[in-house]
Design a protein around this ligand. Structure first.
Ligand code: SF4
Ligand code: SF4
Length: 314
């Protein structure tokens, strides 16, 4: 375990450089980043509420103006005895939690270069403007750095496929809570306190699923081994737009109507104009024969309502 070992916990009793001041004198800076629809704000609200409940002065600031269109969302959470500014200066984040891979890399300069902890989801949501060419063999302007390269360069870092983990648990929308579980291992708060705050912030019928996701994130960190990650990470971030041979069969577009919130993003951005909203305002495939399997709709859907199945390549 590297990033979240006890010696890396953001706690005045365990961090040598902070020992001289009592815990409450220290301002702890947590930066949470991602894109619209991933639950960045929920995470930061849980953390801020927990800190407040524990008697800290808390300042939280967030930007989520373009969230609905897949834009960046970030939230600064600062807590301590007295916090004067709501924003974290560059190079001063004690913890950077990234719910989306490129967003994490974009904010790395805010992480304390020596003792900052980086926790990232390897999920990639390609921003609309990075999809300049959506033909079958096209590439996008999405960042090319592999997990291996980043993990090698950032001392206290770990990268997980939280979306896959959440899907495996049967709660695909709880990837953010898995990240929260990972974050919780870096801060000196009781697990029960985290859980009672989570239960207050998520919809009542999802409490159990979210608590399970939270535990999964904690367990993943407990079992995290940097060397294993480095050995396995080459495949964790693949090429921006996977390609498949023209002669193979048609891609299958699977749309989960229950998750579609009618935002229209997939309809607007499908390069082949294959999609439309139906009379119920749910995304539907209207031109299956034209679909190239480019995955643009899958990657842009903020609610993970689309899955593209492309034929296996022999
Ligand atoms: S399926 Fe399309 S319309 Fe529905 S939420 Fe996803 S991007 Fe929006
Ligand atoms: S439906 Fe989705 S996968 Fe098919 S062409 Fe449109 S954006 Fe690409």
């Amino acid at each position: 375990m590297v990033a979240m070992s006890e010696s890396n916990m953001i706690n005045a009793q365990t961090d040598e450089s902070l020992k001289e001041a009592p815990l409450q004198e220290i301002t702890t800076n947590v930066l949470i980043v991602g894109v619209g629809g991933q639950g960045v704000i929920m995470l930061s609200k849980v953390l801020a509420a927990l800190c407040q409940e524990q008697g800290f002065d808390v300042k939280q600031s967030e930007v989520h103006g373009m969230a609905k269109r897949g834009g960046s969302v970030f939230s600064h959470v600062r807590f301590g005895k007295k916090v004067f500014s709501p924003t974290i200066p560059q190079g001063n984040a004690d913890i950077l939690v990234a719910l989306e891979w490129a967003e994490g890399l974009r904010w790395l300069s805010y992480l304390n270069p020596e003792k900052g902890v980086f926790i990232a989801d390897t999920q990639r949501i390609v921003p609309p403007f990075a999809c300049r060419d959506r033909r079958r063999y096209a590439t996008s302007g999405y960042v090319q750095e592999s997990v291996e390269e980043v993990i090698n360069q950032v001392p206290n870092s770990s990268a997980m496929d939280a979306v896959a983990m959440a899907k495996e648990l049967g709660v695909p929308k709880a990837a953010n809570t898995i990240l929260l579980g990972a974050l919780s291992t870096t801060l000196d708060f009781e697990v029960d306190n985290w859980k009672s705050i989570i239960a207050r912030f998520v919809p009542p019928k999802t409490v159990e699923a979210n608590l399970m996701a939270f535990d999964t994130g904690r367990e993943w960190i407990d079992n995290f081994d940097k060397q294993t990650q480095l050995e396995n990470s080459v495949t964790a971030v693949t090429s921006p737009l996977e390609i498949w041979p023209v002669e193979q069969n048609q891609a299958v577009v699977e749309i989960n109507a229950a998750w579609c919130k009618s935002c229209d993003i997939c309809v607007k951005f499908c390069p082949e104009r294959c999609l439309a909203l139906d009379s119920q305002q749910i995304a539907t495939l209207i031109k299956p024969e034209a679909c190239t399997g480019c995955r643009v709709c899958e990657r842009l859907c903020p609610d993970f309502a689309i899955n593209i199945h492309t034929p296996a390549v022999n």
